[in-house]
Design a protein around this ligand. Sequence first.
Ligand code: AVJ
Length: 332
Amino acid sequence: MYKPQGEAALADTFIDIAAFHDLAPDQHDFRAAVIEGLSRPAKAIPCRFLYDERGSTLFDQICELPEYYPTRTEIAILRENAADMARAIGPEAQLVELGSGSSAKVGILLDALDRPAGYVPIDIAGEHLLAASRRIQAAHPALHIEAICADFAQDFDLPANRGSGRRVGFYPGSTIGNLEPGEAVGFLAGWARRLGQGALMIVGVDLRKSASIVGPAYDDAQGVTARFSLNLLVRANRELGTNFEVANFRHRAVYNEDTGQVRIDLLSLVDQVVTIDDRNFGVARGEALHVENSWKYTVEDFQALADSAGFRPMEVWSDQRTLFSVHLLQAR
Ligand code: AVJ
C-alpha cells in the first residue's frame, strides 16, 4: 500500500495541506488480529480492517447504490440544516472528522460555517485521506488542514485548536453503528474528554426501521457490499500471505428488528483449512466469520446513550421518512 511519508510526500504536489501525521498502525496489527480472530470459537475479524485502499473505494461505491439509503439521506439532512448547524457552532470553528474517508460531507458544513479555522480529518486509509484533504484545501484556501492517518479509536493527541472558535467533532455516516451499544458509550466518552468541555459533536446515526429497507442496503443486487466484505480475505491474502479461497465464502447480512443490529458474516461454503504463517485453522461448512456490525437506534435511545457518555443532546435533525438522524451534542 502506498503510504505518504510526512512532509516529503507533499512536496511534489500542487496543493499542500499544513501537515500530514502518519500514526497508522503497521501490518503487525492486522496479522495479530487475524490470528486471534481465527483462534476464537466464534471466528471474527475487526471491521476496521475492511478499509484498505480497495475497501475504501468499494465503500464509496456502496454509498452510491440505490439500496444504500444512509449516505444520500444524511447528505440531504446536512444540506437542509447546514445553516442551523453553522449558527449553533459559531465562527472560527475547528472541525475534527472521525473517519473522513472521501470527505464528501464535511464540505457542506464548511461552506455553511462562518470562517472555519481548522479541519483535522482522521482516517486509516492514507492515500484516500491525502487526496481528500487536498480537495478540501483547494475549495477552502484559508483553512488550516492537519490530516491524521490513524485509526480514530487509537489514543493520540489532537492538534492545538486553531482560531478562537469552538472545537467540533464530526462523526457522520452512522459509523458509530459499527460498535456494540456498550462500546459506543465508552467511545463517545473518550471523545467528550478529548474534544474538551463545551466542545460540540455532530453525529450521524441510522434509525431503526423495517427490515425490508435495511436488508437490501446491506446485501445489494449488484453485489458491491459482498465484494466489500470479501475484500477482507483478499487483503489478508495479499498482505499476510493467507490462502483464503474467496469463492468458498459468501457474504451474509442479517437485520434483527428487535435489537436494531445488522450482523455481517462471511459464511464458509465448504469445509476448508486456512493457513497463516505455519498455523492451520479449520473452517467448517456453514461456519461464520464475523466481519461487521451496523447497529440502528431510535432517536431517544441514541440521545440516552450520548447522555450517559457525557454529552448533552442539543438538537436532532432527520428526514421526512425518518430513515436517518443527525445529532448535535455538547460535551459536559
Ligand atoms: C461505515 C459502518 C456506516 O454500517 O452502513 C455499509 C458500513 N458495511 N455496508 C454501515 C457498511 C456494509 C457502514 N458504516
